[in-house]
Design a protein around this ligand. Structure first.
Ligand SMILES: NC(=O)c1ccc[n+]([C@@H]2O[C@H](COP(=O)([O-])OP(=O)(O)OC[C@H]3O[C@@H](n4cnc5c(N)ncnc54)[C@H](O)[C@@H]3O)[C@@H](O)[C@H]2O)c1
Length: 257
């Protein structure tokens, strides 16, 4: 699967899944805009992309801020030459405390980053894609969107909204040759999940053994699925949410023993 001549923007690509996605798309030939709120982390990923022989710019922007998103996409178009691929990967998780004790500010922040951020990036990149009648968008949801994972009163419905946003944009933009799809990762070993599991006192080994495939996801599992969905091989696929979860969603029980 080659992406030569394509320009991709990945949000939250300073670490974790987004970083591996950036390196995978670069290995396939794409030039990259690496976004993160953490500029140092974004610069590090961009440097790794350049070491692979591809062009990369690192852009600090909060995906929940319309002005910063507009400026980031404009810069991508001006400096790299367009935006054929958008991966909405940036995300944060809520506190993991009982809903009765949860902070409304945190709820707003989770929705701001995950839902508003995905909408804003799609909206701005979509302007270029509609005009040029081409584009591949991959939104990152979660298996949480299809479960009652608790206590996550912000994260779970926010990830559900990402699935729904994918549906409506897929229909609206299909006539323009734009594919809008979604990936629902299962539990994946990244700084975000390791911190969340630690706070919940969960045993990572047990969680991994409870997945039908016997292990947690690694970022490369998600990056490979993303590569497929942004490549020509998925040209007739739009509006779908692909679980990449080792079979967890069709099994869905708690660890035992
Ligand atoms: N790790 C998992 O188990 C798992 C499971 C399901 C879904 N996901 C989703 O995958 C995506 C990546 O998760 P991860 O585990 O790599 O997380 P991570 O925390 O390791 O990385 C997320 C990155 O997003 C950046 N970010 C946060 N807020 C931002 C903002 N407002 N604007 C721009 N960048 C911002 C962070 O600085 C960080 O570099 C998230 O959307 C997450 O919800 C992860």
């Amino acid at each position: 699967m080659r992406l030569d001549g394509k320009i991709a923007l990945i949000t939250g690509a300073g670490r974790g899944i987004g970083r591996t996605m950036a390196l995978t798309l670069a290995n396939a030939g794409a030039d990259l805009c690496i976004n993160d709120v953490n500029l140092d982390a974004a610069e590090e990923t961009a440097e790794e992309v350049r070491a692979l022989g591809r062009k990369a710019i690192a852009v600090k922007a909060d995906v929940g801020d319309p002005g910063e998103v507009d400026a980031m996409v404009t810069r991508t178009i001006e400096q790299l030459g367009g935006i054929h691929i958008l991966v909405n990967n940036a995300g944060i998780i809520d506190q993991g405390v009982p809903t009765t004790e949860s902070a409304i500010e945190k709820w707003d922040e989770v929705f701001r980053v995950i839902v508003r951020g995905t909408y804003l990036c799609c909206r701005r990149a979509g302007q270029w894609m509609v005009e040029h009648r081409t584009g591949k968008i991959v939104n990152i949801s979660s298996v949480a969107a299809f479960t009652g994972l608790a206590p996550r009163p912000a994260y779970v419905p926010a990830k559900g909204a990402v699935v729904d946003l994918t549906h409506t944009l897929a229909v609206e933009w299909a006539p323009y040759g734009i594919n809008v799809n979604c990936i629902a990762p299962g539990f994946c070993l990244t700084p975000m999940s390791i911190e969340a599991f630690k706070r919940a006192g969960a045993d990572l080994d047990k969680v991994g053994k409870n997945v039908p495939m016997g292990r947690l996801a690694v970022p490369q599992d998600l990056a490979d699925a993303t590569l497929f969905l942004v490549s020509d091989l998925s040209d007739y696929i739009t509006g779908v949410t692909l679980p990449v979860d080792g079979g967890w969603l069709v099994y869905r029980t708690l660890p035992r023993g």
